[in-house]
Ligand binder design. Structure first.
Ligand code: SF4
Length: 349
């Protein structure tokens, strides 16, 4: 079985080359081909000795995944469904908004958090993605861009609870952000979490500049318990304390994501609770009107309800944005594409 290039490191690949009598410096060249010049197989690496290219192809492959499905919405949003070596499928999305090119990646197959409105959580979590599987999503999505364009933002908001796979995620992000990777700015990376206080504190202690987004979805304990079941074990105040700690440690303002569901968390009591919760914090609220999921009973609030909600939260002095839906036509909400494709063609078939 071939090893995946992105599961190793430049140092280990250099070692492998030295053991076979090739100069070690070719290892860095190989990775430059992948990160800078978008090579997807060794045959494209034209300045490597032919014998080395042959030896590499016998034992390695650039990607461990294959593209199971690629769709493009009318607004240009690309959605990739990648099939891992074990047949498990994960998805990533590439969005273009003005001059931003943003990739949204997954960290797990499925998700164990069970948020009631989410397609990814319907079947629970199957496993964590490896460092290479996380990296591959970024590189594969980046490779869809025209050669003159660069990725500008990376959001970890796809399938899975990001912080439940913190070690692999950080290993992947650190590589992407290093000069050996894409040289991506840490401040352009957003990690989303449902709110796992211990992991949030651990992330704060890593001394990185990643932006943290907490998926709040409700500012009233009883409503959050219903929407985000993990909240019953964790509690809203522990999540907020950990978010405060993240801000204190990193100096980075935390964003609070709030999926708006008609008749459930979009009323005056909810907006007032959110306003009160964030009023004294250096925080930002990002409202996400729900993208309906087939088989789930939730609906998007009316434009009037969204407007009233925003006005109320703003009255507390909180900065608020409403996220525009991108890629709705291709199911670009987490987990939706995978479900639809699996309904047609089960994984591994
Ligand atoms: S919303 Fe996020 S944390 Fe919740 S079940 Fe879906 S993927 Fe998991």
């Amino acid at each position: 079985m071939l090893s995946t290039l992105l599961s190793t490191t430049p140092e280990r690949l250099a070692e492998w080359m030295a053991e076979r009598g090739f100069p070690r410096f070719h290892a860095r060249q190989v990775f430059r081909w992948v990160f800078d010049r978008r090579a997807e197989d060794f045959g494209q690496m034209s300045d490597l000795p032919k014998a080395l290219r042959g030896a590499l192809a016998e034992e390695w492959k650039v990607f461990g995944s294959k593209i199971a499905h690629h769709s493009v919405a009318p607004d240009g949003t690309d959605k990739l469904l990648l099939e891992c070596a074990d047949g498990k499928r994960v998805e990533c999305v590439l969005m273009a908004v003005e001059d931003r090119r943003t990739v949204c990646i997954s960290t797990q197959v499925g998700c164990g958090m069970g948020c009631v409105f989410c397609a990814s959580g319907l079947k629970g979590v199957e496993r964590n993605l490896s460092k290479a599987e996380i990296l591959e999503q970024v590189i594969r999505a980046r490779n869809l861009l025209p050669i003159e364009e660069r990725l500008t933002n990376l959001v970890v908001m796809g399938m899975g609870e990001s912080l439940a796979n913190l070690d692999n995620l950080i290993a992947a992000l650190d590589w992407i952000c290093s000069k050996d990777g894409l040289g991506f700015g840490q401040r352009r990376v957003t990690i989303s979490t449902v709110g796992l206080p211990e992991k949030m504190r651990k992330l704060a202690g890593l001394d990185r500049q990643y932006h943290l987004a907490v998926s709040l979805h409700a500012a009233r304990e009883e409503v959050r318990n219903e929407l985000v079941p993990i909240n019953e074990r964790v509690g809203l105040s522990a999540v907020m304390d950990a978010a405060d700690a993240y801000f204190q440690k990193t100096g980075r303002q935390v964003t609070f994501e709030y999926v708006m569901l008609r008749g459930i968390n979009d009323g005056p009591e909810d907006s007032q609770a959110l306003g009160r919760l964030l009023a004294k914090r250096k925080a930002h609220a990002n409202l996400i009107p729900y993208n309906p999921v087939a088989g789930l009973p939730y609906e998007r609030p009316s434009p009037e309800a969204i407007r009233d909600f925003v006005e109320t939260v703003e009255r507390y002095g909180v900065s608020v944005t409403v996220r525009k839906t991108k890629g709705r036509e291709i199911d670009a909400a987490c987990g939706q594409l995978r479900r639809r494709v699996e309904a047609i063609a089960p994984a591994g078939s």
